[in-house]
Design a protein around this ligand. Structure first.
Ligand code: PEP
Length: 240
């Protein structure tokens, strides 16, 4: 099981140090689950330092595809690797809907991050409008195809997909375990990688979602900002 916490644009360096110290103590000795935190860029250095002697990993929330170059405001995956960051989220739906991320630019970022030696959690998922129109499978299939074109066999072990229905992110609505299971099965039929579910996962619903055969973990937004609720989800994962 894999549990990743996407902090979005919350927690600067001070808060990050405090959070990591508490999380480290809280999860000490927990087996059966790999845990990742994804702080904002300015807090990565502190998170890496605080978690260096633990099994907890630190991922960025985005990465550019190039090693270096005239890309003002972007962050090189090679530089992330150099600072001890283990991987990156790519193409979160907020990047797609608010910052113009496309299947094509997402594919470039995934390729760049894998080339740099990072792990990648690539996000896919349909909007509410797309689900209502019966297009879930088509949309997710298209997004997964774009990813699969750039991932070489030898890099597959550093890739995970997060299925995050856009209508479930930050809304308090979750996909039913059956809805998640159906889409996870579809994704796994195309790519043999772990598939995480994301969208309003909380301690109260984690166990049921994580018990589905094709749900290999979860990507957590809001509930990852609180040590107790994030740790409770990690504990649920370790039991699943
Ligand atoms: C996310 O941002 O990836 C997410 C799943 O958010 P939330 O858990 O708040 O729905």
């Amino acid at each position: 099981m894999l549990i990743a916490g996407n902090w979005k644009m919350y927690k600067g360096p001070d808060e990050t140090r405090e959070f990591c110290a508490r999380l480290r103590a809280r999860l000490h000795g927990l087996d059966g689950v790999d845990v990742i935190v994804c702080p904002p860029f300015p807090s990565l250095h502190d998170a890496v330092g605080m978690l260096a002697t633990t099994e907890l990993a630190v991922f960025a929330q985005n990465a550019h595809w190039a090693k270096e170059g005239p890309y003002t405001g972007e962050v090189s995956p090679w530089m992330l690797k150099e600072m001890g960051v283990g991987g990156a989220l790519i193409a979160h739906s907020e990047r797609r809907s608010l910052f113009g991320e496309t299947d094509e630019s997402a594919a470039l970022r995934i390729e760049g991050a894998l080339d740099a030696g990072l792990h990648v959690i690539a996000c896919v998922g349909e909007t509410e409008h797309e689900r209502d129109a019966g297009e879930t499978e088509t949309v997710v299939h298209r997004q997964v195809e774009a990813i699969s074109t750039v991932v070489e066999e030898e890099n597959l072990e550093r890739l995970a997909i997060a299925y995050e229905p856009v209508w479930a992110i930050g809304t308090g609505r979750t996909a039913s375990p059956e809805q998640a299971e159906d889409v996870h099965e579809l994704i796994k039929s195309r790519l043999r990688v772990p598939v995480l579910y994301g969208g309003s996962v909380k301690p109260e619903n984690a166990e049921e979602l994580l018990s589905q055969p094709n749900v290999d973990g979860a990507l957590i937004g809001g509930a990852s900002l609180d040590v107790e609720s994030f740790a409770a989800i990690c504990e649920a994962a370790s039991r699943s």
